[in-house]
Design a protein. Structure first.
Length: 148
């Protein structure tokens, strides 16, 4: 039980669900939901219009598309974005996946609507023996688990 859905605010915007492009592709190609300009040497949150659902012991890793990063000299500011299972349908932003892209150039870079910017890969993860289930419910959206 894992997959993608379109967030309500983008239902009429022509956003497509991510797909793998070959039979052996690990990643689902994720596209920009709107045209956006990446300013020089700055980080921009690029909306995808997507949310992801998955099992409780999984996460969605977000990776920059390698060809795009080489051609346009852009990357993910955090190397890999991690979308936790409880991010789905959170009350602040419905679990909208935003891709944090840094433009390493000294000039603006335009990303077109529908341009494939990232790949999403679903991963299983393990927990430490002493880890216990908590009753904490995610509060907030992007980057919401705090700084401590």
């Amino acid at each position: 039980m894992r997959g993608f859905e379109i967030v309500d605010a983008y239902r009429e915007c022509g956003v497509n669900l991510p797909q793998r492009k070959t039979v052996y592709s690990a990643g689902y190609d994720i596209a920009a939901a709107v045209p956006i300009t990446l300013l020089p040497n700055e980080v921009t949150l690029v909306p995808t219009g997507l949310k992801a659902y998955m099992e409780s012991d999984e996460y969605l890793g977000i990776h920059i598309r390698s060809g795009l990063s080489i051609r346009k000299k852009i990357g993910l500011i955090n190397g890999e974005g991690i979308i936790d299972a409880d991010y789905y349908n959170n009350p602040d932003n419905e679990g909208h996946i935003m891709v944090a892209i840094i433009n390493y150039n000294d000039f603006p870079v335009v990303v077109e609507k529908g341009e494939r910017i990232a790949q999403g890969i679903f991963y299983k993860y393990l927990r430490a023996d002493y880890d216990e289930e908590t009753s904490t419910i995610r509060q907030g959206g992007f980057g919401s688990t705090g700084t401590k």
